[in-house]
Design a protein. Structure first.
Lengths: 198, 88
């Protein structure tokens, strides 16, 4: 740990504002509520379960066969760090959900290791969310959610579930791991929706 | 395979002492997931997270969660069958 706090190691891009209450970091802090699952790509599977119970599955080869996008986005953690212009590669949820028959309004992301987080369908579609499997040009490290994580960069980063293994779609909004313990059900960093009731 | 990115149950002592009059790290805790029964100090506590999460050393199930917000503290004990505290 240096004598300069992490908040002063970065320089803001000109014209860039951070969401309220955030500071800039050049590091990529690792936050985790449990042990890191080590899921090999050949054992990885992603399942979307519609509100009628119909299941749609992709294995790693199927994910790799889908058109991938290069993504550059700022990310904002509820623990107050923000990191600018992070670069990812992944498959858009628009692509994955294109053939899923659903009218659901809500999704619960489920991860290997048991983590969950709820995201409205409107926030998963229209070029806003991805299943990301590369970070900064390299395969995604397990500590950052590899082999693949959900990436929903316009919401606080706890919504970008590491080690994602599926989405369960629903007409009703259930709450995920942190949302049931006092964190905001939506988590818009620009509205500083950190905690329930914000 | 899992690396040690956790602390032992004593890491929860400060947060728990704000909520309880007794030292719960010395209490016997039973996991609601696998039944593992041990002193709470043996729990695996994850602190590099939006809240504090204590997990069973036997099965990694969540035993206890504490989230402190500016106005309130949330305490989730669903993962515990019981905490056994000696009568003083």
């Amino acid at each position: 740990m240096g004598i300069v706090s992490p908040g002063f190691t970065g320089r803001r891009r000109s014209g860039t504002e951070l969401p309220p209450g955030q500071y800039l970091t050049r590091e990529f802090p690792v936050l985790s509520a449990g042990p890191t699952p080590h899921v090999l790509p050949e054992h990885w599977e992603f399942t979307v379960t519609s509100e009628t119970g119909e299941k749609y599955k992709w294995d790693w080869a199927a994910l790799m066969a889908l058109p991938a996008e290069e993504i550059t986005k700022d990310i904002h953690c509820v623990t107050r760090w923000s990191k600018l212009e992070t670069t990812w590669k992944g498959v858009s949820l628009d692509t994955l959900l294109a053939d899923v028959e659903t009218g659901a309004d809500y999704a619960m992301a489920h991860s290997y290791g048991g983590y969950t987080t709820n995201v409205p369908m409107d926030d998963l579609l229209d070029g806003q969310s991805w299943i990301a499997y590369e970070y900064d040009g390299e395969p995604l490290d397990p500590e950052h959610g590899g082999p693949a994580r959900l990436l929903v960069p316009h919401l606080y980063f706890w919504k970008s579930a590491k080690w994602v293994r599926g989405l369960v779609l629903s007409d009703t909004e259930d709450l995920g791991f942190w949302e049931t313990a006092g964190y905001h059900e939506y988590g818009d960093p620009w509205k500083e929706q950190r905690y329930a009731g914000d | 395979m899992s690396e040690t990115n956790y602390l032992d149950g004593n890491a929860a002592a400060g947060s728990l002492s704000e909520l309880f009059a007794v030292d719960l790290t010395a209490a016997i805790a039973q996991c609601n997931g696998c039944g593992h029964t041990a002193v709470f100090a043996e729990a695996h506590v994850f602190v590099d997270a939006p809240g504090m999460v204590a997990r069973c050393p036997g099965c990694d199930s969540v035993l206890l969660r504490i989230v402190t917000t500016p106005n309130d503290t949330y305490l989730d004990l669903r993962g515990l069958t019981y905490l056994r505290v000696p009568n003083s």
